[in-house]
Design a protein around this ligand. Structure first.
Ligand code: NAD
Ligand code: MN
Length: 502
């Protein structure tokens, strides 16, 4: 067993600073907060807590760097080199960053490794993508010439959630600085540590002062301050749908560019012609990965009635085999829940399901994990006998809880899948390629996984339909969302034009 436990490499730091204008600083008023390891309930570190004054300094630093600095003037290859260097430093500190992410979130080691690896690849992806990002020459009548330039949009506020702290920071920082923007990142207060380290790495790699600022602090206070700020040009937000709606409303006052990656309640359709074992494993991963704390968690599982019993028997057996325990043990399948509030929320949803007449097939309660009694843990939970109107079917739970329902045919499956205010992820399991394509085309969601458990890799567009938000991250088109298109029209005729005829 002990062989399985990852050797710890992190040099413990007790204090983490804000990063403003290329410097590690304490907050203006000296305020701090503590971050907790959700697996153990222990304090991990103390963190400087940004005030509005700090947010203002960050905006001015970002403004200065953008308006008068050299970053956006660099040849694109030079910016690409810096992004590659960020990735290289992250890679050289891989185990340390993984460990820090685990301590801050209570994630299991395999989960954290995958996410840190992806964050590194995101920088590599945008280092490559930016070189090919450019304007166009448009067809014009003779003697007119028109070309477009892609200009960086300016100063970007980037507000991220706690479920994938480093990966979300990478999704935001990499494309923004690739195009020449300056950023102010507001990590989630529950998980600020790896974003701070990423900010330090950006400086070390040669990102000039003021281009990347990291200011952990309260969302309502400094997050909102950035959203309302006159001199912030864009806000990129990942988080819950209600907070996203408020941000869009406030951003309208200054007509900021807005992209929103919000909540989900993603459907997972298993057809009678599916490879049942692959569908079981993919569905298991789809909901229990990251302890279900995923915006794209496949939390509504619809199974064809002919295979419902067989599928469910295998699905329940494997769910019962999911191992909770020491996140550093490679044999642990599922880590902790982020905090007590989230644990209460999850349990509240499960209780509501029981009250509404549903059946708990397995799980359904706070988990007792030996050696981790002060952490926050929830049993992997399967709920059946549900209807579309129940709270557990309609609302995002953000925990290891899946609802399962049978369906009779393709048409019904599509209707059930689309019966949601959200539209982020979705999955289809079928060996019939024509059917899978037909169904994929009719699902109202930004992402459809066909016989595939994974929703996001560098290069694949990630984002939602409906109330899951808008804008796509992790892909080439993200670069467009951090740029303005400028159209330059010129006349090259030999005779001067006099269009008014005066
Ligand atoms: P949250 O909305 O509570 O917080 C997200 C961030 O916004 C945090 O940094 C928070 O401090 C900040 N914030 C809170 N109130 C604010 C305000 N009034 N103004 C400005 N900023 C404010 O979400 P969370 O609980 O951290 O994360 C979970 C949610 O995130 C889930 O709904 C999940 O689906 C969603 N999520 C979506 C995606 C996606 O890509 N679509 C990815 C991960 C998480
Ligand atoms: Mn934490």
């Amino acid at each position: 067993m002990t062989q399985q436990v990852q050797e710890k490499v992190l040099v413990k730091r007790d204090f983490y600073h804000l990063i403003i204008n290329g410097e590690k600083v304490e907050s203006s008023n000296g305020e701090t907060f503590q971050t907790i390891n959700p697996a153990t309930g222990e304090v991990v570190a103390t963190v400087a807590k940004a005030s509005q004054e700090d947010a203002e300094r960050a905006v001015q630093a970002a403004r200065q760097a953008f308006d008068f600095g050299k970053w956006k003037q660099y040849p694109v290859n030079r910016r690409a080199q810096v992004l590659h260097k960020i990735a290289a430093i992250m890679r050289s500190r891989f185990n340390e960053i993984v460990e820090l992410e685990m301590l801050d979130t209570g994630k299991s080691i395999g989960t954290a490794q995958g996410q840190v690896n992806q964050a590194i690849e995101d920088f590599e992806f945008y280092a490559g993508a930016i070189v090919g990002h450019r304007g166009a020459v448009n067809n014009m009548p003779g003697q007119f010439h028109n070309y477009t330039e892609k200009e960086p949009v300016g100063v970007c506020a980037q507000i991220v959630p706690w479920n994938y702290p480093l990966m979300m920071a990478a999704w935001k920082i990499a494309p923004a600085i690739a195009v020449g923007c300056s950023v102010i990142v507001k990590p989630a207060s529950l998980t600020p540590l790896t974003a701070i380290v990423l900010g330090e790495i950006c400086l070390e790699a040669g990102v000039p002062a003021g281009v990347v600022n990291i200011i952990p602090g309260s969302g309502k206070d400094v997050g909102n301050y950035l959203v309302e700020h006159q001199q912030v040009d864009k806000v990129a937000f990942t988080g819950s749908t209600p907070v996203g709606k408020g941000i869009m409303e406030k951003a309208s006052q200054t007509l900021k560019r807005v992209t929103l990656e919000l909540g989900g309640k993603s459907p997972n359709l298993v057809f009678e012609d599916a490879d049942i074992d692959a569908a079981v494993d993919g569905s298991l991963y789809g909901i229990f990965y990251n302890s279900g704390q995923s915006c794209e968690a496949r939390s509504r599982l619809y199974v064809h009635k002919d295979i419902y019993d067989e599928f469910l028997e295998k699905f329940v057996a494997k769910t019962k085999a999911i191992k909770l325990g020491d996140p550093f043990d490679k044999g642990t399948h599922m880590g902790a829940i982020i905090d007590q509030d989230q644990l209460n929320t999850i349990d509240g949803y499960v209780k509501s399901a029981v009250e509404e007449g549903a059946t708990i097939l397995t799980g359904g309660k706070v988990a007792a994990v030996e050696g981790f009694e002060n952490g926050f843990w929830y049993e992997p939970t399967i709920i059946t006998d549900v209807t579309q109107s129940m709270k557990v079917v309609r609302e995002e739970i953000f925990g290891p809880v899946v609802v399962v329902m049978p369906f009779s045919d393709e048409k019904e499956a599509i209707r059930l899948a689309n019966d949601s205010e959200f539209g982020l992820g979705s999955a289809v399991w079928s060996k019939d390629g024509a059917r899978a394509t037909r169904v994929a085309n009719q699902i109202q969601a930004g992402i459809v996984m066909v016989n595939c458990p994974f929703s996001a890799m560098p290069g694949t567009p990630f984002g939602g339909y409906k109330q899951s938000g808008f804008g796509r991250e992790l892909c080439i088109e993200t670069l467009d969302l951090y740029t303005e298109t400028k159209s330059i029209i010129s006349y090259y005729g030999s005779r001067p034009l006099n269009p008014l005829g005066v």
